[in-house]
Write a protein that binds this ligand. Structure first.
Ligand code: ADP
Length: 507
């Protein structure tokens, strides 16, 4: 990274500024209000907060700070819509609605990608992947809406027993900031397919793409079927999770807050789906294709600037290939381009907020204090053109104790810890020795190694010779403290229904 504060750095810095102003003018949503009952409304308190562009540090937009009374209004509107309109929607109508949402997002996909990149800081090339997945997930759940069936249960000649999969009515959804629109699609798709109406709370760091979604699809979705309340976690998220009239809560975020949500939901015995943190192992066998394995490792940890709950943040490399693999990996990581996320050439953008930078840097400091070795990174870039942004360099840490808190806890940044192994059982014990169990990767040319490791790793998602691949239809969710329930698949629709059993006596 250049340390030279030359005119060209100044020029690049102002080019970034200009590019972001122009993009914001093009793609910001027109409405920054709450969306309740099909109308854009102010919060009851009238309070607002700013969402910032993490690349330039500038305010992007001011949005409403919704609170408990706004959640009450939204829940009422959602029940009204459920009782008066949506509970009568046929599965064909739900399918058509979800398909049209997909079409409308697809028609504006570049604008959505730019907005996501502005608000979150993710590289535009990755934001485009997010939006294509948003479109595909809405289409997938449009299909699932029609393939959703109850059962007839065989007992004996004296009765007929049937089950019906009924919607809950109104569900609450709490969205994180790392994949704002994609996480919304993962939740809205199955909830709407199953016949529920929704109150959704975007993350306070990244509310804009969900507001834009409602601008684009407000006339596709009947009034009150989807309600959006922007606001802070404690003010708007907690009242949503503990609301008596919410019949199911789906949350994606940190394990600490997931536990809070679970406690709040417990108050009224509300069903929950939780997709929480991770500290996922990536295991490299000595027979792996080295070049492919290096590239997959880069994707595993640096995709979305490491702000990925399933990031492969603990690397286990076999000692036979350790020297060559780590040297190639460190070179590839150091070569990644840290730059304006709106540029196609950028590999890593800024972290979402200054607070998140501090969080990541404090883990890096903890590792440094323990005398770990940094193979690359471990700091913020000194390129003056990036001085306004929340950047952290891609970081690889070797020779660190597996019990160190930087290893045990989720960093949620571009930081991977490296371990060398020779004995499979010892390695596997270490790989499983964290509180999390969201995902894992296995890199090998041997089908036996792949199967054995996939079976032994305690995690909900195992990628073999790939990583961070999220096709619709593939269930996603965690073991242990990484969560409860599965998303992105038919099973997700099950989570948005309750089973009613009807027993007919035959005379
Ligand atoms: P992070 O720590 O990565 O910011 P969080 O788990 O805090 O992630 O946030 C994820 C989502 O949960 C956000 O929409 C946030 O507003 C919301 N949230 C935060 N605190 C609470 C809470 N106590 N109850 C419900 N939702 C919350």
């Amino acid at each position: 990274m250049s340390v030279d504060d030359s005119p060209s750095a100044t020029e690049r810095r102002s080019a970034i500024q200009k590019r972001h102003e122009q993009a914001a003018n093009e793609v910001l949503p027109e409405h920054r209000a709450l969306y309740i009952g099909g109308e854009w409304v102010q919060s009851a308190s009238g309070q607002t907060f700013e969402t910032r562009d993490p690349t330039t540090g500038d305010a992007l937009a001011s949005v409403q700070a919704g609170m408990a009374t706004d959640i009450d209004r939204a829940v009422d509107a959602a029940w009204n819509a459920y009782d008066s309109v949506y509970s009568d929607y046929s599965t064909a109508e739900r399918q058509a609605m979800l398909s049209e949402i997909a079409d409308r997002v697809e028609a504006k996909s570049e604008a959505f990608a730019k907005l996501e990149s502005l608000d979150n800081g993710k590289p535009i090339t990755e934001a485009r992947i997010d939006i294509s997945l948003v479109v595909d997930h809405f289409r997938y759940f449009a299909g699932v809406a029609r393939a959703h069936e109850g059962e007839t249960v065989e007992t004996d000649d004296s009765r007929v027993v049937q089950t019906h999969k009924e919607p809950y009515g109104v569900v609450g959804q709490i969205i994180p900031w790392n994949f704002p629109l994609l996480m919304a699609a993962w939740k809205l798709g199955p909830a709407l397919a199953a016949g529920n109406t929704v109150v959704i709370k975007p993350a306070e760091e990244t509310p804009l793409s969900i507001l834009k979604l409602m601008e684009e699809v407000g006339d596709v979705v009947p009034d009150g079927v989807v309600n959006v309340v922007t606001g802070f976690g404690e003010d708007a998220g907690a009242p949503l999770a503990s609301h008596k009239e919410i019949r199911k809560v789906a949350f994606t975020g940190s394990t600490a807050i997931g536990s809070e949500v679970m406690k709040n939901a417990a108050e009224h015995i509300t069903d929950i789906t939780l997709e929480l943190g991770g500290k996922s192992p990536l295991v490299v066998f000595p027979d792996a294709d080295l070049e492919q394995a290096v590239q997959t490792t880069i994707t595993a940890i640096f995709f979305n600037t490491g702000e990925c709950c399933c990031a492969g943040s603990r690397l286990f490399v076999h000692e036979d290939i350790q020297d060559e693999f780590l040297s190639r990996l460190a070179d590839a990581a150091a070569d990644l381009e840290l730059n304006d996320p709106l540029l196609d050439s950028t590999d890593l953008g800024p972290k979402v907020t200054e607070e998140q930078v501090e969080n990541t840097m404090s883990y890096i400091e903890t590792a440094r204090e323990s005398d770990a070795t940094f193979l690359t990174g471990g700091d913020q870039p000194d390129d003056p053109a990036l001085a306004d942004g929340c950047f952290v360099t891609p970081t690889l840490i070797d020779e660190i104790d597996h019990n160190n808190e930087a290893v045990q806890e989720e960093i949620f940044g571009p930081v991977q810890e490296v371990f060398t192994w020779s004995d499979y059982d010892e390695m596997m014990e270490m790989a499983n020795n964290v509180d999390y169990g969201l995902a894992a990767g296995v890199l090998t040319e041997s089908i036996d190694n792949a199967n054995r490791a996939a079976r032994d790793i305690e995690a909900g998602n195992i990628w073999v010779n790939t990583y961070n691949d999220f096709p619709a239809g593939q269930p996603f969710g965690g073991y242990k403290q990484s969560g409860i329930g599965r998303e992105t698949a038919q099973e997700a629709v099950e989570h948005y229904t309750q089973t009613k059993t009807v027993n007919f006596s035959l005379s």
